[in-house]
Ligand binder design. Structure first.
Ligand code: GLA
Length: 393
């Protein structure tokens, strides 16, 4: 994003502000390398922030109003929020992310003294499962904190963003997305223990390989309700397993322990959901070790296994993601591929040799359109920094 260009677009919308100094903020999107649907089961996840993200050009206001324009939702025009009126408006669907964050900050006791104008521009493909919504939440949290002088760290901002998503947007998501977005670091993935939020950065040195992001362009309709349904199934499985073991979260069980007690999960769907969570948690640990050992073949193999478990046991992939992953696996120079994020459409990632990137893209693009009837999009991921205030240029 050209930052001077962003500023001039801000002034085109907020014409009265031309004499003021504009402040710039950024929050990235994320990919998850492995550890899917276990951030709400106390598991390990391994996400990374990407260089695609959401930018804001901001000026403080004299009053406490928040006035926003997003070029990604240009049809909705300028939106105004009063901190005294944060009701959701159906004709302004994206404003719920902003209002939700403001409301959650206020509930947590932060006093909103400083209003602001913001021009928002994002280059994360929307609805692709790369967390454009969590990116906006963390961005708004960062702006509120900076302008009001709240001294909050990235983890607190991430938790407040997650709460906004849970309580105001209505998606019962875990902490992974907001955490990766707030805490990401260039060229590093984050090993996050979602049980206690302890974390460590891991060098993401993929040698001659690159992460290819493949967007199925499948609309993620009903994704939110199916997401909440999966989470409820995990809670039901946990409640039954608690009758056999002293447990707070599914991922506290090893695969061997699970095998000993799993017969209490008589309903097949509950058995399969728990099996995915527990096996996925073990795959994450192995994958982190494989990456540290520079064993990309083993790392890629774990990505493949993760996808199969999400397809067969967790049942969140769907025909489009399965098609794109299977087509990719057939290409030379690919060590592994899997869906990333919530699933039900959205994006997959693949570990592809840099010399084969163009050939893989071309073959998968062709096979995908023939099978699915519409095109996929491809991006090579670069792992970037988490949310931050940008230097004014
Ligand atoms: C979405 C949620 C995350 C996580 C993933 C699945 O991205 O926001 O909390 O549960 O799905 O791993």
């Amino acid at each position: 994003m050209e930052l001077n260009e962003l500023k001039s677009r801000f002034f085109n919308v907020f014409k009265t502000e031309t004499s003021k100094e504009v402040q710039l903020f950024f929050a990235p999107g994320r990919i998850n390398l492995i550890g899917e649907h276990i951030d709400y089961n106390g598991g390990f996840v391994f996400p990374a922030a990407i260089t695609f993200g959401t930018y804001a050009a901001v000026t403080p206001r004299e009053d406490s109003k928040v006035v926003l324009y997003s070029e990604n939702f240009a049809k909705e025009g300028v939106i105004e929020c009063e901190v005294t009126d944060l009701a959701r408006k159906t004709d302004e669907p994206w404003s719920v992310y902003v209002k939700g964050v403001i409301a959650v900050f206020m509930e947590a006791g932060y006093e909103m003294k400083q209003g602001f104008n913001a021009y928002i521009a994002g280059n994360i493909p929307s609805g692709a499962g790369l967390s454009s919504s969590a990116s906006l939440e963390v961005l708004i949290g960062l702006i509120l904190s900076d302008l009001n002088g709240f001294e909050i760290d990235g983890i607190t901002n991430a938790k407040l963003g997650q709460k906004a998503e849970n309580d105001y947007v209505g998606v019962n998501c875990g902490i992974m997305d907001q955490f990766a977005i707030a805490m990401g670091k260039k060229d590093q993935a984050i090993k996050l223990n979602t049980n206690d939020l302890s974390y460590a950065y891991a060098d993401c040195d993929l040698q001659d390989y690159r992460i290819l992001i493949m967007n199925t362009n499948k609309q993620r309709e009903l994704a939110d309700s199916k997401y909440n349904e999966r989470r409820a199934e995990c809670e039901a499985a946990l409640a039954l397993l608690q009758g056999t073991s002293n447990l707070n979260a599914l991922c506290e069980l090893t695969v061997a322990e699970f095998d000993r007690v799993s017969e209490v999960l008589v309903k097949e769907n509950l058995y399969k959901r728990a099996k995915h969570a527990i096996t996925e948690n073990e795959r994450v640990k192995l994958a982190i070790q494989a990456l540290a050992n520079r064993d990309l073949v083993a790392f890629g193999d774990l990505l493949d296994q993760s996808h199969l478990s999400l397809r067969d046991d967790y049942e969140v992939t769907g025909a489009e993601l399965d098609t794109i992953v299977m087509l990719t696996r057939q290409q030379e120079g690919v060590l592994g591929a899997r869906m990333t994020g919530a699933g039900f459409g959205g994006c997959a990632i693949a570990l592809v040799h840099q010399d084969q990137l163009e050939a893989v893209k071309a073959a998968v693009a062709k096979g995908y359109v023939e099978k699915v009837g519409y095109e996929a999009d491809f991006y090579v991921a670069a792992i970037g920094d988490g949310a931050k205030k940008l230097e004014v240029v």
